[in-house]
Design a protein around this ligand. Structure first.
Ligand SMILES: NC(=O)c1ccc[n+]([C@@H]2O[C@H](COP(=O)([O-])OP(=O)(O)OC[C@H]3O[C@@H](n4cnc5c(N)ncnc54)[C@H](O)[C@@H]3O)[C@@H](O)[C@H]2O)c1
Length: 476
């Protein structure tokens, strides 16, 4: 077979030193006999360290002999994501819920307060966050999961009231709002973590620190592609008995119940799927490349939904230019909301390998070594990646295969699995930092850079032309 046989005849490459005339297939067969702990030692160790940190904290949780400082917290915004964050926070020892604030007093506020009571918290319930800040003097931190257009006001006021803040992405739907958040964090000296939770995900950290920075497995990254395809979903509603009276809706910036429930589709409130979904992944592009984009082209539109209720584009196809110290990179991103096929992932392609990574366990992280790249045996032995799944030998196609066809690379995996809810490590990182035992993985300045890159996409779709970024656009 053209490729694989050719590879076997090549002289030993850097990573193959000392292997003499053994074929690559022999080497791989040999690797499969390395004792499991040796092979996965690193990964196991990482996993163990993470579990141990949690166990230590649990042992010191309120009620136990506490050597962990208790943190008084409030949840501001108890909707779908507020619930997800609450579920994660209930698993983190040493947190005391003092308050829940939500304008949907008839439903979301009640639901979360009742849940917290079952876990022996007795939070006070508020509709107005200013009243909460006035009355809850003991609060150390506020976790914000309100709609994007409220983030800036909520975060700035909480910071100014002397609270540390964990605020969901997108940092703000407006850059001025995001800038005000950075300024408030700086002025007050309080912590502001933005909810790009992949930045604390052990799998992403491993791929960034070990595979890209240390082992440089991809070589020179030239292209990136990524997507979030989401299946068609009906608009969100609410039963009549839980409807919010109109004056209260208006007071909090919503024209009616449909807009209140589906705010992410409305201009001035959210940013549509590119901001809602794309912001997570475009953030990873910049993080992994260690660079901000220099330009963006985008095409999109409301191709399927009713523009009266879906003001933002339901489909976007985007190409970013990056100038990295290693050279130029083109990065494609697609999001659409009419078909969920193949879900969501980011795919980094270098001249030596490819990394396909996702927050979703459907993909996890997979690596493909280019057949011409130096061997990865050493990284397999250290447990950074698993031994490869050998490509199938396509005997039947022998002789028919076009000689110009590239040989498919072998597939390796990363064996680091996040067994906790996706948001838990990022929240844990925030609370560790509040306790003075860590450093934020996504502080305001970092999230701001990502917001600049993401919010520009909607402008580029509107402009129907390439928009350039200046380096100073990313600085405050
Ligand atoms: N990190 C992630 O993976 C992730 C996932 C989903 C959503 N999010 C983010 O979380 C935030 C919330 O999204 P969601 O899906 O939970 O929306 P949601 O509409 O389900 O919840 C928003 C909640 O905020 C409340 N609210 C609205 N205005 C308020 C105000 N002024 N004061 C107090 N409460 C107010 C609403 O009553 C509602 O309960 C958004 O910023 C979203 O982008 C992040």
């Amino acid at each position: 077979m053209a490729g694989d046989g050719e590879q076997d005849k090549k002289p030993a490459q850097a990573g193959n030193k000392g292997l003499g005339r053994l074929s690559r297939r022999d080497v791989l067969a040999g690797l499969s006999t390395v004792p499991a702990l040796g092979l996965f030692g690193y990964a196991w160790n990482q996993q163990h360290k993470y579990q141990q940190a949690k166990a230590d904290a649990a042992a010191a949780s309120p009620g136990a002999a506490a050597n962990v400082q208790e943190i008084n917290i409030a949840l501001l915004g108890a909707g779908a994501q507020g619930q997800v964050l609450t579920d994660s926070m209930l698993r983190i020892p040493g947190l005391r819920f003092r308050a829940v604030c939500d304008v949907w007093t008839e439903y979301n506020q009640k639901r979360v307060v009742n849940q917290l009571k079952k876990f022996n918290h007795s939070p006070n319930a508020y509709e107005d966050y200013r009243e909460m800040l006035d009355k809850e003097k003991e609060l150390d931190a506020v976790v914000i999961a309100t709609p994007d257009f409220w983030h800036s006001r909520h975060a700035v006021d909480c910071l100014k009231a002397g609270k540390h803040v964990y605020c969901e992405k997108e940092m703000s739907n407006r850059l001025e709002g995001a800038r005000a958040m950075v300024a408030a964090a700086r002025d007050t000296g309080k912590l502001l973590q933005i909810g790009h939770q992949r930045r604390s995900n052990p799998r992403y950290l491993h791929c960034y620190e070990k595979l890209l920075r240390e082992a440089k497995l991809l070589g020179r990254v030239v292209t990136i592609s990524g997507q979030w395809n989401r299946a068609l979903a009906p608009d969100l509603g609410a039963p009549d008995r839980y409807k919010i009276p109109e004056p209260r809706l208006k007071q909090y910036g919503f024209k009616d119940m449909h807009q209140f429930r589906n705010w992410r589709w409305y201009r001035g409130l959210g940013g549509g799927p590119i901001v809602d979904l794309g912001s997570h992944q475009i953030d990873i592009y910049g993080w992994f490349l260690g660079a901000n984009p220099t330009g963006v082209m985008a095409s999109g539109g409301t191709l399927y939904h009713d523009p009266a209720t879906h003001e933002w584009y339901d489909t976007a196809m985007v190409v970013y230019d990056f100038d990295t110290p290693a050279g130029p990179v083109k990065a494609f991103y697609q999001t659409q909301t009419t078909n969920g096929s193949q879900g969501y992932f980011e795919n980094f392609m270098g001249d030596q390998g490819t990394l396909l990574i996702s927050e979703s366990e459907v993909y996890g992280a997979k690596l493909y070594r280019d057949p011409n790249a130096p061997a990865w045996d050493t990284w397999v032995q250290q447990g950074y990646i698993t031994a490869p799944k050998l490509q199938e030998i396509k005997e039947k196609t022998e002789g028919v295969t076009d000689v110009r066809e590239s040989v498919s690379p072998d597939e390796h995996k990363v064996s680091i699995v996040l067994r906790d809810p996706y948001h838990q490590p990022h929240l844990q990182n925030f609370f560790d930092t509040v306790r003075g035992k860590g450093k934020l993985n996504c502080p305001a300045e970092v999230a701001y850079e990502s917001a600049v890159a993401v919010l520009k996409v909607n402008e580029a779709i509107e402009a129907k032309s390439r928009l350039a970024f200046r380096p100073e656009d990313f600085r405050i």
